[in-house]
Design a protein around this ligand. Structure first.
Ligand code: ATP
Ligand code: MG
Length: 501
């Protein structure tokens, strides 16, 4: 390991009005290493990542590259300094190929397509990623899109890669592929910073771990030198230790509430659902698992009544709670948090006065919702985009489960949540089912399925491959069903041929 880290935060502090997001933080990422950044929701991880990526500036302290201080004027500067990012919600544009996306990031000069293709191809081979360079992004699975972002960063000569919770929407097999490729890239001398909530992932792939709590570094050191319990304690800190999950209680399900019969439906997802039949009874939790990109989004949208099936029928409840896969789809990004908290209730008489919205009443009710679901900060007048990812997620799940639904369609309800918040959301989902809600959870996480579900359905290429009681979902069956399957029909898996300019 060289003495000077490739990329570092030096005594960095950052404040957002009432919140000290980072407080004299030091993090050093070395060449050839994978460095995990851990911490509870709101601990300051993304803020640290944004400062390193040139997307935000520190109030105090500075970023250092190979021992020298730098001040980024924006993301462009950081790219020039070799800082690549792989965002969680990827930045690829559906209609564009990777070559075209890379061309967009070259504003200063006209670069020949052939040159860009050659750069991408060499980056793909550095990472050992057999990816289609000339396929529009809409035909790539979630996992392939992330690998595409990785290849684009490398083609921009990234010496450092920053990943903010890259695995929350990936299945086990895609996570393994991503980590495998990250390791290969690190072995070529790149430094990797990986933001994650998953201790198992950290243990599996990272060399070093730093834990943030309330914006301060509370632990840093080699992963091999620390046990899981110590890491978990550093993460959870003084907050309440999460209660053990309640024992599984087989409920006696009621009537059919959500029924899909022979449904074929398509949305923006590359994989439509085809001829799906599925029923969820009152008080029952059904979990749809499978490799991401096998029709999950179309299933969620059609079950929630957001899209109309091309054929077949969906009969649902009177009020459907819906948590979409992409958080921003459920929020009003340009507005204060109370708008997003109350958007489903604006028509209630309690919130109108003489024909106009009663803002004070809405802010008051939103505050109660933030309290109930432990959304931080508690002030609903701050912009919803100022909430950390996990707190946005808690807000959406809380709002939807509070809406007195009879059906709940929850796509990745615990993505981006820390351990404490995950347990809290699991309990809420169980409580909703106990109260008679028919719950359909779509998740890439088998442990989540095991913990929550009465029944598990396995999705592959838009079809239901198996529909089994959760108790029959043993490891072998689960692994074979969900990971031995190709990711998607339309996903090409070889490097495309060079095309003419
Ligand atoms: N633009 C902003 N305006 C105001 N507050 C902000 C802004 N960005 C972040 N914050 C606050 O800073 C704190 C740290 O947020 P950050 O997004 O870094 O957390 P995180 O560790 O990434 O959490 P998560 O695991 O939920 O993604 C939070 O309290 C958040 O509300
Ligand atoms: Mg974050």
């Amino acid at each position: 390991m060289s003495a000077a880290p490739l990329l570092a935060l030096r005594s960095v502090s950052k404040r957002f009005s009432a919140v000290q997001a980072l407080d004299t933080v030091d993090v050093a990422v070395h060449r050839g290493q994978i460095h995990a950044l851990l911490g509870q929701n709101g601990a300051g991880k993304s803020t640290a990542g944004k400062i390193l990526a040139g997307l935000d500036a520190p109030d105090e302290g500075h970023v250092e590259i190979a021992g020298s201080p730098v001040w980024f004027g924006g993301r462009g500067d950081a790219i020039q300094h070799g800082i690549g990012i792989i965002p969680q919600a990827d930045s690829l544009i559906d209609d564009l190929t990777l070559v075209e996306t890379l061309a967009l990031s070259q504003p200063h000069r006209v670069v020949r397509r052939r040159t860009l293709t050659a750069k991408l191809r060499s980056a793909a081979s550095q990472a050992g990623v057999p990816i289609a360079l000339d396929t529009p992004a809409r035909h790539l699975s979630r996992g392939e899109r992330q690998l595409g972002e990785l290849v684009i960063s490398l083609a921009q000569d990234a010496r450092v890669l920053l990943l903010d919770e890259p695995t929350s929407a990936l299945g086990p097999r895609e996570v393994d592929t991503l980590f495998d490729r990250l390791r290969a890239v690190a072995d070529t001398g790149v430094a990797v910073l990986l933001i994650s909530h998953h201790l198992a992932d950290v243990r599996h792939v990272a060399d070093t771990a730093t834990v943030l709590a309330h914006g301060r570094v509370v632990h840093t050191g080699p992963v091999a030198a620390v046990d899981d319990e110590t890491l978990a304690r550093a993460i959870i800190g003084d907050s309440q230790a999460p209660p053990p999950p309640p024992p599984f209680r087989a409920r006696e399900p009621g009537e059919d509430v959500l029924v899909l019969s022979g449904v074929t439906a398509t949305c923006g997802d590359p994989v439509p659902v085809r001829d799906i039949s599925l029923r969820v009874r009152a008080g029952e939790v059904v979990c749809a698992v499978g490799v991401a990109g096998n029709g999950q989004r179309a299933l969620a949208e059609v079950a929630a009544g957001r899209i109309t099936p091309a054929s077949g029928t969906v009969s649902g409840g009177r009020r459907v709670a819906y948590v979409p896969e992409v958080r921003l789809d459920a929020l009003l990004p340009g507005r204060a948090t109370w708008w997003s908290a109350m958007v489903t209730r604006l028509r209630e008489p309690a919130f109108t006065r003489r024909g106009t919205l009663d803002t004070a009443a809405l802010v008051h009710a939103a505050g109660a919702l933030l309290d109930r679901h432990d959304v931080r900060p508690r002030d609903s007048r701050v912009a919803v985009t100022a909430l950390s990812g996990g707190n946005q997620q808690k807000l959406i799940v809380g709002r939807e489960l509070d809406s007195d639904p009879d059906v709940a369609v929850l796509h990745g309800p615990t993505q981006g949540l820390d351990l404490v918040a995950t347990r809290a959301i699991h309990s809420e989902i169980r409580r909703a089912a106990d109260a008679g809600v028919a719950v359909l959870v779509i998740s890439a996480d088998l442990d989540e399925a095991r913990q929550l579900a009465d029944r598990v359905v396995v999705l592959s290429k838009g079809r239901v491959l198996a529909d089994v009681p959760a108790s029959e979902l043993d490891d072998t069956v689960a692994w074979r069903l969900t990971s031995g399957l190709p990711a998607a029909d339309a996903a090409p898996s070889s490097v495309a041929e060079d095309d003419a300019e």
